[in-house]
Design a protein around this ligand. Structure first.
Ligand code: HEM
Length: 420
């Protein structure tokens, strides 16, 4: 535990290093609580990371007010050149195109207007029908397999199908899409030794090329023969005088499959773990599912913060809570910490599905980059758990969740579950 004078804490606390993220979760929460108490945001030097651009370091934004201030002010806190920390090498964007997340106004505004068509109410209504069927299939697979790994049997296949249904990716390509997504995410998440990083980088390159070739093929097919899916909507007819270039379509496709498959899957695993560990909350939820599930979803994402952190680059002189920032400085928005800020949330470490209001920033702070898939992710979770608790009412953890160590997200590698 920490030295009462904070000496050990300061010496050991380096949130820029992977070692910190290997610590028990309670210690990490304690460390962020201490950081939130500090008069101003602290600066952390960037450790050297193989195959990534070494930066100087970053100012850690840990309070809810700091994260929302930076999210709102896109003119000073830019998403370009990259929101992941450490940043990927420059050549990546020349080959694969740059993600929507890494762009700023006015280019971001134009792109976001076009890609929002993917999430239009008509698309969401059509998807919801598929979602119910996919949830039934996933829960049937678990019921047939008996106790096992919730990640492998349920969340991975379910979230892959939902995103592939949205995008119109043929069934035959889906297992390969999931393998590629896993390789890409592992590269972002795991910062291991140089040898390990080389292995992850090679897999990531193969995966990114594979996904890019798939979208080129599908784009060509849908231009000739459009379907009722997102690739047709974005690659096809020039509906509102604007369309995506081939490169933009490829980059958006990559972002959607990675953001849409991986993060919701981990969120579902956290949901089952939390509802198993808090039987009173589960009982309350099941007493009136339709009434309590919307609040439960918000509380699950607040409590778990599936995306831990994203970066912004400062474009002008600015003072944030007493910390002077200069152009070129990096700030990192710690969503995990903002979501436990005691200035905003009463008893932040308590999991309470009836919490209200719940202004969490798990889908990003208020601003231009707020998660495009937030509504979809909430529906996905609601539909799956309705099916799960109807078919297997006593489904619960059989052993503690196996986390994946990452500075970037709160990922669960394996979640052993059982039921009678
Ligand atoms: C529980 C699940 C999810 C969580 C916790 C989550 C979280 C986030 C966060 C924190 C951001 C960054 C916001 C910012 O920079 O201010 C983001 C952006 C984004 N998310 Fe999600 N997300 C989830 C699910 C999804 C799904 C299902 C999709 C699509 C199928 C999606 C698509 C996107 C896109 C396209 C962006 C970039 C938006 C932009 O830059 O304009 N997300 N998400």
């Amino acid at each position: 535990m920490w030295d009462p004078l904070g000496v050990k804490l300061i010496a050991d606390l380096d949130i820029a290093k992977l070692d910190f993220w290997e610590r028990p979760v309670s210690e990490r929460h304690e460390a962020f609580a201490w950081l939130r108490e500090q008069e101003r945001p602290l600066f952390f030097a960037q450790p050297k990371v193989p195959l990534a651009r070494a930066g100087k370091g970053f100012h850690a934004l840990v309070r809810h007010a700091d994260v929302t201030e930076a999210s709102r002010n896109g003119a000073v806190f830019a998403n370009s050149p990259a929101v992941t920390n450490p940043e990927p090498p420059k050549w990546v964007k020349y080959i694969y195109g740059d993600s929507l997340e890494n762009k700023d106004a006015p280019e971001h505004t134009r792109l976001r207007r076009i890609v929002s068509r993917a999430f239009a109410p008509r698309m969401m209504a059509r998807l919801e029908e598929h979602m119910r069927r996919r949830a039934e299939e996933a829960v049937s697979a678990l019921a047939a397999a008996g106790p096992g790994d919730f990640v492998e049997l349920v969340t991975q296949t379910y979230t892959t199908h939902v995103v592939c249904d949205l995008l119109g990716i043929p069934d035959a390509d889906r297992p390969q899409v999931l393998r590629w997504v896993r390789d890409t995410v592992e590269y972002q998440a795991v910062r291991s030794d140089p040898k390990g990083m080389l292995r992850h980088a090679a897999k990531n390159t193969r995966a990114t090329f594979g996904l890019r070739n798939l979208v080129i093929r599908l784009g060509r097919e849908r231009r000739k023969e459009p379907g009722d899916d997102v690739i047709s909507a974005l690659a096809g007819a020039d509906v509102e005088g604007e369309r995506l270039t081939g490169m933009e379509l490829g980059a958006f496709f990559l972002l959607l499959v990675v953001a849409g498959i991986d993060t919701p899957g981990h969120t579902m695993s956290h949901a089952l773990a939390l509802l198993s560990e808090h039987p009173d909350q589960r009982e309350l939820l099941l007493s009136d599912y339709d009434r309590y599930m919307p609040g439960a979803v918000d509380e699950i994402v607040r409590y778990a913060s599936p995306i831990t952190q994203l970066q912004r680059t400062v474009t002008a002189e600015y003072e944030l809570r007493g910390q002077r920032l200069a152009p070129g400085d990096k700030v990192v928005l710690f969503y995990n910490s903002a979501n436990r800020d005691e200035r905003v949330f009463t008893d932040p470490d308590v999991f309470d599905i009836s919490r209200g209001p719940n202004p969490h920033v798990a889908f990003g702070g208020p601003g231009a980059h707020y998660c495009l898939g937030a509504h979809l992710a909430k529906r996905e979770l609601t539909v799956l758990f309705q099916e799960l608790f109807t078919r297997l009412p006593d489904v619960r953890l059989a052993a503690p969740p196996e986390p994946m160590v990452s500075t970037f997200n709160n990922a669960i590698r394996r979640l052993p579950v059982t039921f009678s």
